[in-house]
Design a protein around this ligand. Structure first.
Ligand code: GAP
Length: 513
């Protein structure tokens, strides 16, 4: 656990030191759970967004994009159920005066059972070596099965109690499990109460005529209210999808773990409209498609798993999370939800406008069902960034810090160095920058010895370093150093564009997927 915490601290400080993520309003001591993306962070975030957008919109001829406003008519949130049901169950510790999400306390307890299972697997792996069969071990080991059953039973009871709004039972569960305040250990709890997560604001100049608004807590509703506009103007035929990326806001109570849980964050969502009765099939298809997309980033297949929900949101008939192994354990990265016809029906009812689709093949009108994929851009950023940050022991006994970002996502694709700041080398290096910058984000660096410049670019995540030396003046060749292997090759300047392109081209990555 301490090792995990140390690794996570390194992630946070590296993100700051190398210009990826800063605390918001830091000079005023910061704003809790709000962050700014710095010069490198903004590029990484843009590249992740673009990779998602291209694979969703550009690669599917039946998915189109949308950019709806953050402000929406307040009735939207009544219809969607957010005014009445977008709540977190909160509990206070009477001694430490700290407030927690009751469901998170219980989930963390179950997380500890999961950690025990992982430890047991590691122990057995060590004991049995190559003969170890993980699946068989998980399915037969008595202790593991016991922890698994216990965890599942706890989550099931919590899910049912929350579903029934039986908050007394949620408190009873916390007491039965003897869960203490994570800070003080005290088990002196208040009752569990519901707390709405939406931020309110006002639209209008004068106090009496101002209209109460909410900052959207999800981007999805902008898609639902535009469903018919897009379907008609785009002549879309079911099944079809509408994709959107944008900011969402939630007054999170448990706001910790850096950019994992923020009060202002960005979502990348896609609502897929299908014929009623086919939603299960599409739900399974999108689960599989989205997992494949994540795996294509090369962060390691073992770092993902599905978590099927026992506790369903008010709009869903099936839901699963794609969880990622963050430095603090497996946690939700993306949600896949079968949202039924709940949202379109509700907007129909509240607006009085018909939101139906005429299916020419069936010759009838119906309210489509919706399967949604919803991933947090900031969480994906954290997954990519934390997975990439590595300390490597080198053959000469030293270590290097290297940020092995997928090349397609790296903020800077290549750094160009003159070996020395004289003899015409800077001019050649600058000319290379000027040629490459039309195709890639590249930078020039002449400060410090070349070895130090390599280390700096390794830590910043730049896949290529290109060094101009005295031989370059005679043979028009340069040394290209690869970040991950540290391999160096001599190549003609004229081939640089092709060499970089091969590794970083989004088209190639999309094709491989
Ligand atoms: N439209 C469905 C929806 O919003 P959700 O499970 O509440 O579903 C979807 O959120 C995704 O948004 C999550 O899987 C997560 O990646 C991201 N997300 C949610 N709350 C977040 C927060 N406070 N900070 C960062 N990301 C968040």
């Amino acid at each position: 656990m301490a090792k995990q915490e140390d690794q996570f601290k390194k992630v946070v400080s590296h993100a700051k030191e190398y210009g990826y993520v800063f605390q918001s309003s830091e000079i005023y001591d910061g704003l809790s759970a709000v962050y700014d993306y710095a010069q490198n962070g903004v590029e990484l975030k843009k590249n992740i967004r673009e990779y998602w957008w291209k694979s969703m919109v550009q690669m599917h001829d039946n998915i189109v994009g949308l950019d709806a406003a953050i402000f929406m008519h307040p009735t939207t949130w009544k219809a969607s159920g957010h005014v009445d049901a977008f709540n977190d169950p909160l509990i206070d510790n009477k001694d430490s005066k700290k407030r927690y999400r009751a469901d998170v306390l219980i989930e963390d307890y179950v997380g500890k059972l999961d950690a025990k299972i992982e430890k047991e697997v590691k122990k057995a792996q060590k004991r049995f070596g190559d003969a170890f069969n993980k699946e068989e071990f998980l399915a037969t080991n008595g202790r593991v099965l016991g922890w698994k059953e216990r965890g599942a039973a706890i989550l099931k009871r919590m899910g049912q109690s929350l579903e029934k709004e039986d908050l007394a039972d949620v408190k009873a569960l916390i007491e039965e499990l003897e869960i203490g305040c994570p800070l003080s250990g005290s088990k002196n709890w208040t009752d569990v109460k519901q707390f709405n997560l939406m931020f309110g604001t006002k639209l209008g100049a004068s106090a009496d005529s101002a209209m109460d608004l909410y900052l959207r807590p999800e981007t999805a509703q902008g898609i639902f209210v535009n469903f018919l506009n897009v379907q008609k103007t785009g002549r879309m035929k079911i099944p079809f999808g509408i994709a959107q990326t944008g900011k969402a806001f939630r007054n999170e109570i448990v706001a910790r773990q850096f950019i994992f849980r923020m009060r202002e964050f960005e979502q990348m969502e896609m609502q897929f409209f299908v014929r009623p009765g086919t939603q299960q099939e599409w739900y399974e298809k999108w689960k599989e498609t989205r997992l494949k997309w994540h795996v294509s980033l090369g962060l390691g297949e073992d770092n993902y798993r599905f978590h099927d929900h026992d506790k369903l949101a008010h709009y869903a008939d099936a839901a699963a999370d794609i969880e990622f192994r963050f430095p603090f354990g497996f946690k939700e990265l993306e949600g896949i939800h079968s949202r039924t016809d709940f949202d379109l029906k509700a907007h129909e009812e509240y607006s009085g406008k018909k939101l139906q689709y005429f299916d020419p093949e069936l010759g009838e009108s119906y309210t489509p069902y919706v399967v949604e994929t919803s991933v947090g851009l900031d969480r994906l950023f954290l997954a990519v960034f934390s997975n990439a940050l590595q300390e490597e022991a080198l053959e000469n006994g030293t270590t290097r810090t290297v940020l092995k970002l997928p090349a397609v996502l790296a903020p800077t694709k290549a750094a160009i160095f003159p070996l020395v700041k004289k003899d015409g080398l800077p001019e050649v290096a600058r000319k290379i920058v000027d040629d490459l910058k039309f195709d890639f984000n590249v930078m020039y660096d002449e400060k410090d010895a070349v070895g130090k410049r390599y280390r700096r670019q390794d830590a910043a995540g730049t896949p290529f370093c290109i060094t101009v030396d005295h031989d370059t003046l005679n043979d028009n060749s340069v040394t290209v150093r690869h970040r991950d292997t540290m391999e160096q090759t001599r190549v003609p300047i004229s081939e640089l564009k092709a060499i970089i392109s091969k590794e970083v081209s989004m088209a190639d990555w999309l094709q491989k997927m």
